[in-house]
Ligand binder design. Structure first.
Ligand SMILES: Nc1ncnc2c1ncn2[C@@H]1O[C@H](COP(=O)(O)OP(=O)(O)OP(=O)(O)O)[C@@H](O)[C@H]1O
Ligand SMILES: [Mg+2]
Length: 289
């Protein structure tokens, strides 16, 4: 099976997910033949995504939320409430019934039962559960590559060799630490630092990249330690970047500098890569009519 291309396959799907999340509407009302539903419970946000059999997003709902910390759902009822609201919204936008089962995920090294419990408490069956970087590797049909998912609270690393995930790890550093560095440097509240980081217009007038670069250097160094340490038996020549934190200008070129012997791939809208991969995993589990 050949890998899915970046510009012809992946980026149109990510762009469509971003547009659907922004517009808060469905791609086309009505029930599609085979659909799959994915739920990503992240440290910064909860994303529910409905896709068709070709993994094209049909409806997406993203809520910034503080229900997961260090890969653990610490506000269980808050998480369930958000997922329920998202399912109601998806149902309305999709103009019909949703699949009765969803795929959910977990950072490598954490307990998948926590996400499963949230999905079940929200009234769904669990069609599958997969660790996050592995979901990305599987969706892209990677043969030999590393996936680095820099989210809000964690950085997930997966190494694929011969089409199989042979190593995965997770580190407790992510976008939250980037915001902390910004807040500390500019002496502004954390919420303001978050907004500053995410909004291109605000960012233009304030020093951002030089302040946060050391945080990303640390993350890249940690990734190097994983690849050269426990994963050294599986050398890779391509590194895929995922996760919302990679959207910050400067991240791609920093990784390219620190991984000179590899091709570094950063798709546009990396925030939606893992949620898309989780939903796409539902297709491989059979989808739901
Ligand atoms: N345009 C942007 N520029 C910079 N950072 C961004 C941008 N958009 C989102 N982020 C950051 O990305 C992070 C959220 O990414 P993502 O949704 O991948 O994380 P998550 O899945 O919630 O967290 P985790 O995977 O660690 O549990 C937040 O820290 C957010 O500030
Ligand atoms: Mg994530």
């Amino acid at each position: 099976m050949t890998a899915h291309g970046l510009t012809d396959w992946l980026e149109p799907r990510l762009a469509s997910a971003a547009a659907l999340a922004r517009r808060k509407q469905a791609a086309a009302p009505g029930v599609v033949d085979r659909m799959a539903l994915g739920i990503d419970l992240g440290t910064s946000d909860v994303v529910s995504m409905l896709v068709d059999a070709e993994a094209r997003p049909l409806a997406v709902r993203l809520d910034w939320a503080d229900v997961v910390r260090d890969g653990i759902v610490w506000d269980f009822f808050g998480a369930v409430r958000i997922v329920r609201q998202q399912l109601d919204a998806l149902k309305a936008w999709a103009g019909g019934e949703l699949p009765k089962a969803a795929v959910t995920s977990f950072p490598p090294g954490t307990d998948p039962r926590i996400s499963i419990n949230v999905v079940e408490a929200a009234g769904l069956d669990v069609a599958g559960v997969i660790d996050e970087p592995s979901a990305v590797a599987a969706m892209l049909r990677l043969d030999r590559a590393a996936v680095v998912d820099i989210g809000g609270g964690t950085t997930g690393i997966a190494v694929v060799d011969g089409g199989k995930v042979v190593y995965s790890g997770d580190e407790p550093t992510g976008g939250h630490h980037v915001s902390l560095a910004l807040a500390g440097h500019h002496r502004i509240p954390l919420e303001e630092a978050e907004a500053l980081k995410r909004d291109e217009r605000v960012r233009r007038d304030t020093e951002v990249w030089p302040v946060v670069r050391p945080v990303f250097e640390k993350m890249a160094a940690i990734v190097q330690e994983h690849l050269r340490g426990p994963a050294r038996g599986h050398p890779v020549d391509t590194l895929y970047l995922a996760g919302g934190s990679c959207a910050l200008p400067g991240v791609e070129s920093l990784f390219a500098q620190m991984f000179r012997d590899m091709r570094v791939v950063l798709p546009r809208h990396p925030l939606f890569l893992t949620p898309l991969a989780i939903a796409a995993h539902g297709i491989s589990q059979g989808g739901t009519a």
